[in-house]
Design a protein around this ligand. Structure first.
Ligand code: 76R
Length: 250
C-alpha cells in the first residue's frame, strides 16, 4: 500500500502543562513564616509570568483542579523549549515547590492542522493565523485538559485514510466546533514526538457545562466517534493572585 500524504501543520508557541498536587500535610505543618515566604515567592512568579504576557512573549494560565488527580495546573506558552525548561527549573527552585508534587505534565506545541489552506499564501503572514498560533490565553473561569490520539487499529486507521477523507471529516469536526464560538476556546497542542499522546486538547469556558456539551456532541461525529482515543480528563477553576492567597491560607 502506498504512503499517504502527510498533512501540513503550522506550529506556534511551545506549551507545557504542569499539574501539581499540594502536600497539605507538609503545608499545614510549616510555620506561618515559611508559608508566607513560599506564597510571596509564588506571587513573584505570577507577576513575572504576567509581565511576559504583557510583552506578548508568551502566555500563562493558572487553574485549580478538581478531583484527586491534581490541585493546580500551570499552563505555559513560550517561543522555545528552552524557556519552558527554564520556567520549570525556576519553579522547582522555589520554596513553594517543596510543598508540591508533580503528578502529571504535558509538552506540546500549538498546532493548526492546515486542511484548508490557500496554496501560495504564507499562512504565518495572516494575522488571524498568528493570533491562533501565538494566543493570549483567555481569562475564562474554567479549563479542561485531555490528551488524545487518532486510532491506528485495523480498518480504523486515521493515518491510512486519503487526504480527502480526512479533510471531509475535519470539516464536519470544525462545523461542530464553530457552534461553540464565544463559549469554548480551544488550544490544540501537537505532541507527536514530544509526549505520550498525539495531541493535548485544552479548552476554556465560563460555563463548565459547555465542556460536557462540546465533548459529547463531538463523540457522535465520525472523526471522534470512530478515530478518537482519549486519556485522562482534568477540569478546573481559574486562579487569580487573590484566590491563590485564599486557597493557601491555613
Ligand atoms: O482550525 C480550525 O478552526 C479549522 C477547523 C479545526 C481543525 C483543523 C478545528 C476546529 N479543530 C481542528 C483540528 Mn478541533 N477540537 C478537538 C477537540 O473531544 C473530542 O472529540 C476532540 C477534542 C475539541 C473539543 C475541539 C474543538 N481538533 C483538531 C485536531 C487535530 C486533528 C488532526 O490534525 O488530525 C484535534 C485533535 C482536535 C480536537 N475544534 C475546532 C474545536 C473547536 C471548538 C473548533 C472550532 C474553532 C473555531 O471555529 O474557532
Amino acid at each position: 500500500m502506498s504512503t499517504n500524504e502527510a498533512l501540513l501543520t503550522l506550529e506556534g508557541w511551545y506549551t507545557y502543562h504542569d499539574f501539581r498536587k499540594i502536600n497539605w500535610e507538609k503545608w499545614k505543618k510549616a510555620t506561618p513564616e515559611e508559608r508566607n515566604a513560599a506564597v510571596d515567592e509564588l506571587q513573584g512568579l505570577l507577576k513575572a509570568w504576567d509581565a511576559n504576557e504583557q510583552e506578548q512573549a508568551g502566555s500563562t494560565a493558572v487553574y485549580s483542579i478538581l478531583g484527586h488527580k491534581a490541585d493546580l495546573v500551570f499552563m505555559f506558552l513560550r517561543p522555545t523549549m528552552q524557556e519552558l525548561d527554564a520556567i520549570k527549573t525556576a519553579f522547582n527552585k522555589t520554596k513553594f515547590a517543596d510543598f508540591t508534587e508533580v503528578d502529571y505534565s504535558y509538552v506540546s506545541v500549538v498546532e493548526l492542522s492546515n486542511y484548508v489552506h490557500n496554496p501560495g499564501e504564507d499562512p504565518k503572514s495572516n494575522p488571524h493565523v498568528r493570533e491562533r498560533l501565538y494566543p493570549t490565553l483567555p481569562k475564562w473561569e474554567h479549563i479542561c485538559f485531555y490528551p488524545m490520539n487518532k486510532k491506528r487499529d485495523g480498518q480504523d486507521n486515521w493515518y491510512m485514510l486519503t487526504m480527502q477523507e480526512r479533510a471531509e471529516m475535519m470539516r464536519s469536526h470544525g462545523m461542530i466546533g464553530r457552534k461553540y464560538a464565544g463559549k469554548v476556546k480551544q488550544i490544540i497542542g501537537g505532541s507527536v514526538g514530544f509526549d505520550d499522546w498525539e495531541w493535548g486538547v485544552t479548552l476554556f469556558a465560563n460555563d463548565p457545562l459547555e465542556f460536557k456539551h462540546i465533548v459529547y456532541e463531538m463523540r457522535f461525529d465520525e472523526v471522534s466517534a470512530r478515530y478518537g482515543e482519549f486519556g485522562n480528563f482534568l477540569v478546573g477553576n481559574r486562579v487569580t493572585a487573590e484566590s491563590l492567597q485564599a486557597m493557601l491560607q491555613v
